[in-house]
Design a protein around this ligand. Structure first.
Ligand SMILES: [Zn+2]
Length: 343
């Protein structure tokens, strides 16, 4: 595939952003650049971190993508003259197409997410984002519904920064460097101190996991979800954003004293749910399935980074069950998960 030089800037910037766990986890986030009538956008399920070592961008017809959005169609046409690709364009391609900026960058940055799941988020951000052209959007299902909401919002007033409720951040800029800098600027302004939690009780976790399909979680930050009572309380009440639901399931299950893993697994199965990817052991730490994917581990890290940034008394807006179900039943999301796992 003939690729223009302009794509190198996008690849370099995307790889940097993709390797920063505070900005992107696994195949989350996406980036694009417009050149004439071509929109180079990340492929669904690809990892931004791989942008310099793999071909993760697809050439989409910009006018075709905008027409598809107007028709309510999620199928994005390839730009004329480009060979067919086995890859599918990102779920958020219509969002990238509709924004007027040459470069669009969407990230699941943890400081922004920590504000975006709070009921007072939009009010609190007003002062912090002062002087930026920004919009707050309440939660919308990713893909077409989100793009349509953004389209209506931008029709009211142009903006370079979109805070997506229970989801993340989108910025538009004239260059790749400017887009990256704008993301960093928003994250600096929204920066929150994480709550420090007790370390894990390693021996207890090993005892609980012995002979089971679980092992102690690998990242020290994972344990903060269980060793601090406030973190545990937040994480076990519900799900916070789409990739939380997709990769970790709904509210995190917790094991309390006197309970055992087999009884917990039986309860989960009785509810018709798949086995829990990770389980919080109250006061002791977090355990994770031995077959948990790299993506699930990254999303568990993200959850810990977000939850430790939520104040004790924050009014948290969880995703309602119907919205969780819509994410779990979504074909485009099943495809993305397969591609994510194939890495
Ligand atoms: Zn997203």
């Amino acid at each position: 595939m003939q690729q223009p030089g302009i794509l190198n800037q996008l690849r370099r910037m995307s790889a940097r952003v993709g390797k920063n766990i505070l900005l992107t986890q696994a195949a989350g986030g996406n980036s694009s650049i417009k050149q004439g009538d071509v929109l180079w956008v990340k492929a669904s399920g690809a990892w931004l971190a791989d942008a310099e070592t793999q071909d993760i961008f697809l050439p989409i017809s910009l006018s075709g993508a905008r027409a598809a959005l107007a028709d309510g169609n999620e199928r994005m046409p390839l730009a004329p003259g480009h060979a067919a690709s086995p890859l599918r364009a990102s779920i958020e391609t219509s969002l990238h197409a509709l924004m007027p900026h040459p470069v669009v960058l969407h990230v699941h940055s943890v400081n922004t997410i920590a504000w975006s799941v709070r009921r007072d988020g939009s009010d609190e951000l007003a002062g912090r984002l002062d002087s930026l052209a920004w919009h707050w959007l309440d939660y919308h299902h990713p893909g077409l519904p989100l793009a349509q909401a953004v389209s209506e919002s931008l029709a009211q007033r142009p903006a370079d920064v979109l805070i997506l409720g229970n989801h993340g951040l989108v910025v538009g800029a004239s260059t790749c460097d400017a887009a990256e800098e704008l993301v960093m600027e928003v994250e600096r302004r929204l920066s929150l101190q994480p709550r420090i939690a007790e370390p894990a009780a390693d021996d207890t976790l090993k005892q609980i996991c012995a002979g089971t399909e679980y092992r102690p979680a690998p990242d020290p930050v994972h344990h903060s979800l269980a060793t601090n009572p406030h973190n545990l309380s937040i994480a076990t009440k519900g799900s916070l954003y789409p990739d939380h639901v997709i990769f970790l399931g709904r509210a995190m299950p917790a094991l309390v004293e006197g309970d055992d893993l087999a009884a917990l697994a039986a309860r989960v199965a009785a509810d018709g749910l798949p086995p829990s990817v990770a389980v919080l052991v109250r006061g002791k730490g977090t355990i994770i399935r031995t077959d948990a994917s790299a993506a699930a581990q990254a999303l568990l890290t993200c959850l810990a980074l977000v939850v430790t940034r939520l104040p004790f008394d924050a009014a948290v807006e969880y995703l309602p069950p119907a919205k969780e179900q819509a994410l779990l039943n979504w074909d485009a999301e099943h495809y993305r998960q397969q591609m994510t796992a194939r890495r």
